[in-house]
Write a protein that binds this ligand. Structure first.
Ligand code: SF4
Length: 497
């Protein structure tokens, strides 16, 4: 229970470098702007930061957020009934009016913890009593909001909500990541007066602001596969079998020079078997080596994932970034032949078994079985989940894509949200076909439409510039101005990166 109407201290947590995980150092100009705003809004409060910064207080043992909060709680134990403001980074767009409103709720309802339910991080801090901080257990994750919500019976929690609800933009103004800092810089090129009340109109005027560089790259290394899934669109004749190394190297270099630290997700997938590329392992290593890449998914039918391939993967540098997704939509031998039109069922089972026999301590990558949810295998859902329940292999239930009516309807359920926002694939994806073409989106998987571009002739940024009008139309709700049948597409709300 909170008895005082003034914020006792401001607590700023910056992530600190841990083994093998370099952290992003926030820009000093943005830090200064944020600090000035904090001092204006909380003129009488002490300011703690877990990193040493001039004129700010610090406390020892503050590598994790929880240890930092507990250390401050301990240091200020004589002020238990007072509240603190929690910042998860530096907020150059700290909104004084919104802070006043949220703080009003915190004190009015004698809350132990108050946070903005739908406010993008960076406009207001969370508010919390020092008593709650001192009671935090040692062994919890740094997600304080989740911890408090899980123990809702023990605390008075105030959930602050403010219209408009812009959560679909997934904005982060905390400057704790390269992407978040880039966002803050881009906004400041247009205005230094962004606040929550003008955020929506700002986004409508500058939709490109959320699209500085893709975060999800799907690369079709091979258009060939030893199987031919019946749920894939028929491929055109004379497809180029493999994406050439020059284009792959060009993409890796582009990501290295223009991508953001630990931001890019790469999927080696497309409509083919990536492991059939003759240089598969070298290509994988090239992407594993990039600091800008934080995750790589290998979508494979698993036919080539035998012992020698697993041993080779195991020895690769940075292999912990890899997740292997087995494309396996049935566990029945006869059905497998129908689904994939070739019989590799026993081989795939054998390869899965090889991986399954090792414990997660032995192999550093994650493993998934991807079960496409279609009417033809709906009866297998329970047995498939049960089959892998006690293993380190997780089952992913994949949504069926008809590529906008190119294939028959096979969905088990229509889970489309009723309201159509903008398309995340346009905003963040980069799809590269085996021919080296970049379609406007993955719904043109063979890049046959006129608006697809050649990666040979353009950089990633140039492609973004050329496709920006479609992204802007999407954000503004003008879906009919996009040269794709977006109104009929059910993939617009899925997002992988
Ligand atoms: S909504 Fe439009 S742009 Fe987005 S994935 Fe579908 S067809 Fe492509």
């Amino acid at each position: 229970m909170n008895n005082s109407n003034e914020i006792h201290s401001v607590l700023i947590y910056e992530s600190v470098e841990k083994a093998k995980v370099p952290t992003f150092e926030p820009d000093q100009d943005l830090v200064q702007i944020a600090l000035q705003k904090i001092q204006d809004i909380f003129p009488h409060s002490s300011i703690y930061c877990n990193k040493s910064r001039p004129n700010l207080k610090t406390v020892a043992h503050s590598y994790s957020l929880v240890s930092f909060l507990k250390a401050v709680g301990e240091k200020e134990k004589d002020h238990k009934d007072q509240s603190v403001a929690l910042f998860y980074g530096w907020y150059p767009f700290l909104d004084s009016e919104l802070v006043k409103e949220a703080l009003g709720c915190h004190f009015r309802y004698f809350a132990d913890f108050t946070y903005g339910e739908n406010i993008p991080i960076g406009f207001i801090p969370d508010f919390c009593t020092l008593e709650l901080l001192s009671q935090l257990p040692d062994n919890i994750s740094d997600d304080i909001r989740s911890y408090v919500l899980k123990h809702i019976q023990d605390y008075d929690i105030e959930i602050f909500f403010k219209n408009p609800d812009l959560r679909q933009f997934r904005l982060d103004f905390s400057t704790t990541t390269h992407r978040s800092s880039t966002l803050a810089f881009s906004v400041r090129k247009h205005t230094d007066d962004l606040n929550y009340s003008n955020l929506q109109s700002f986004l409508q005027s500058h939709p490109e602001i959320i699209r500085p560089y893709p975060s999800y790259f799907e690369i079709e290394l091979s258009s060939q596969a030893s199987v031919a899934p019946f749920y894939w669109p028929e491929k055109p004749a004379n497809r180029v079998p493999f994406l050439d190394r020059d284009k792959i190297h060009k993409l890796a270099l582009d990501i290295q020079q223009n991508g953001m630290m630990q931001d890019a997700t790469i999927t080696l997938g497309g409509l083919g078997e990536p492991m059939e590329h003759p240089d598969f392992f070298d290509i994988l290593q090239e992407f594993l080596d990039l600091d800008q890449v934080h995750k790589i998914y290998l979508e494979t039918f698993g036919i080539m994932l035998d012992k020698s391939a697993i041993d080779r993967l195991y020895k690769m540098n940075g292999i912990e970034k890899l997740s292997i997704i087995f494309r396996l939509s049935t566990l029945q031998k006869e059905r497998y032949q129908k689904f994939y039109r070739f019989d590799f069922f026993d081989k795939v089972q054998e390869n899965i078994q090889l991986l399954e026999n090792k414990t997660s301590q032995e192999y550093p990558f994650r493993l998934y079985i991807e079960l496409l949810r279609i009417t033809e295998n709906d009866d297998e859902l329970k047995s498939c989940l049960a089959r892998f329940e006690k293993t380190d292999i997780e089952v992913i239930l994949q949504k069926y894509n008809s590529y906008i009516n190119l294939l028959p309807e096979r969905r088990v359920a229509n889970l489309n949200p009723l309201h159509r926002d903008f398309c995340w694939h346009l905003a963040r994806d980069f799809y590269l076909t085996a021919e080296g073409k970049v379609p406007l989106c993955k719904q043109d998987p063979f890049a046959r439409k006129k608006n697809s571009l050649s990666f040979q002739d353009h950089s990633v940024r140039e492609i973004l510039m050329k496709t920006n009008p479609s992204h802007s139309a999407s954000v503004r709700g003008n879906h009919d101005k996009i040269p794709m049948p977006c109104a009929e597409c059910d993939e617009w709300y899925t997002f992988n990166g």
